[in-house]
Design a protein around this ligand. Structure first.
Ligand SMILES: Cc1cc2nc3c(=O)[nH]c(=O)nc-3n(C[C@H](O)[C@H](O)[C@H](O)COP(=O)(O)OP(=O)(O)OC[C@H]3O[C@@H](n4cnc5c(N)ncnc54)[C@H](O)[C@@H]3O)c2cc1C
Length: 342
């Protein structure tokens, strides 16, 4: 039973002082758990300036807000982030610590759990209290198995998988922030810049309601015996710009792009959906020129409404993997779709 637990949400603030969506999702998860347990909720903030985020946290139900502030805590860095998180957890005396599974927190949370003599679980999609006992759910083996875990060790640190909860969107409230001091040892690393993969155009939009998937068929010879890659590029990008859909790709297509061939240069391995790619959570999906083989379709498990366009009536999508299969030429279909989207 966890009848007298105290819950802490740990969040790092962005460079503009705001809480990013993953942190607001963690706030939702923590507030819901606190409500289920009738437990007090605290929020711990780390960053250069945490004043604005503190008001949001208070609006989200935090009775106490702890903050480690200062220029040294603006940059993501193991030494400073781990020290700040540890100090806040100790100050709050938290039994359960909920943090967003951002790359910044994922780097330090296991170390923080070790320092506190606690435990950590990551990629959590649900936190629940059943009869006062807290449990977490997460997926294993590329989302094929869902496991539910509970632990007796405390503090129990939980990293929430971004995209699995609603982001807190309520009004801010006034709060008195409790500053936490951190004794820092020598800082030996510094972030000097950010290098992102050169994908030309931002095509991955986790919040989009539609996932548009392009398969290798876009680069193959068509009925006239020719390839039409420039037109494929303009049809795909035209659809993305007009619909603000997120772009996914099959492995065959992203592998072609990765080999430096003159094919759809905006596709990178980050776009790959499937067993060795990602399993995004868009409400709808449209697959084009993609065969619908199982190693690809397994990445569609969270896509609720599915449609596909393929010339082949016997493609994988026809084997019960999509709600609607249009047996049609995707070039023709997308030309018409784009006209209607304009
Ligand atoms: C261990 C393992 C892991 C894998 N992991 C992944 C993964 O994570 N993701 C993934 O995608 N794949 C994965 N694969 C590969 C997967 O099995 C398929 O090879 C791949 O998905 C095929 O890509 P595709 O459908 O784009 O290409 P193709 O199989 O070449 O299919 C192209 C399709 O385009 C259609 N087409 C062509 N022109 C048109 C047109 N004008 N209009 C409409 N349709 C047209 C054709 O009919 C055809 O069905 C994995 C394989 C293995 C063995």
């Amino acid at each position: 039973m966890d009848s007298a637990v105290s819950i802490l949400i740990l969040a790092h603030v962005e460079s503009d002082g705001a809480l990013a969506r993953p942190a607001l999702e963690a706030l939702t998860a923590g507030a819901s758990l606190a409500k289920q347990l009738g437990a007090p909720l605290a929020v711990g903030l780390v960053g250069a300036d945490t004043a604005a985020a503190a008001s949001v946290a208070a609006g989200g139900g935090a009775a106490r807000v702890f903050a480690v502030t200062g220029a040294a805590f603006a940059q993501p860095r193991y030494a400073t982030d781990a020290a700040a998180a540890e100090a806040i957890c100790r100050a709050a005396g938290a039994d359960i610590v909920i943090a967003a599974g951002t790359s910044r927190w994922m780097r330090v949370l296991a170390g923080v759990a070790q320092r506190l003599g606690g435990r950590v679980d990551t990629h959590i999609t649900r936190v629940a209290a059943d009869g006062g006992a807290v449990s977490v759910a997460r997926w294993y083996y590329r989302q094929r198995i869902e496991g539910i875990t509970s632990r007796t060790e405390r503090p129990w640190i939980m990293a929430i998988e971004p995209g699995t909860h609603d982001a807190f969107a309520g009004a801010a409230a006034a709060v008195t922030v409790e500053p936490v001091t951190v004794a820092l040892t020598e800082i030996r690393s510094e972030v000097t810049g950010v290098r992102a993969p050169a994908s030309g155009e931002q095509t991955i939009r986790p919040d989009a309601s539609l996932l548009f998937v392009a398969g290798a068929g876009w680069t193959k010879k068509q009925t006239d015996g020719q390839t039409h890659v420039p037109e494929a590029e303009s049809l795909i990008l035209g659809c993305l710009r007009a619909s603000q859909a997120s772009l996914g790709g099959s492995k065959s297509l992203v592998d072609l792009s990765g080999e430096g061939q003159a094919v759809l240069p905006f596709m990178t391995h980050l776009n790959q959906i499937g067993q060795t790619g990602s399993s995004p959570r868009h409400r709808k999906g449209l697959a084009t020129c993609c065969h619908g083989e199982e190693p690809h379709v397994v990445g569609w498990r969270f896509i609720t409404e599915r449609r596909a366009v393929n010339l082949n009536p016997n493609c994988g999508w026809a084997q019960g993997k999509t709600d609607v299969l249009y047996v049609a030429d995707a070039f023709e279909v997308m030309r018409k779709v784009n006209e209607r989207l304009q």
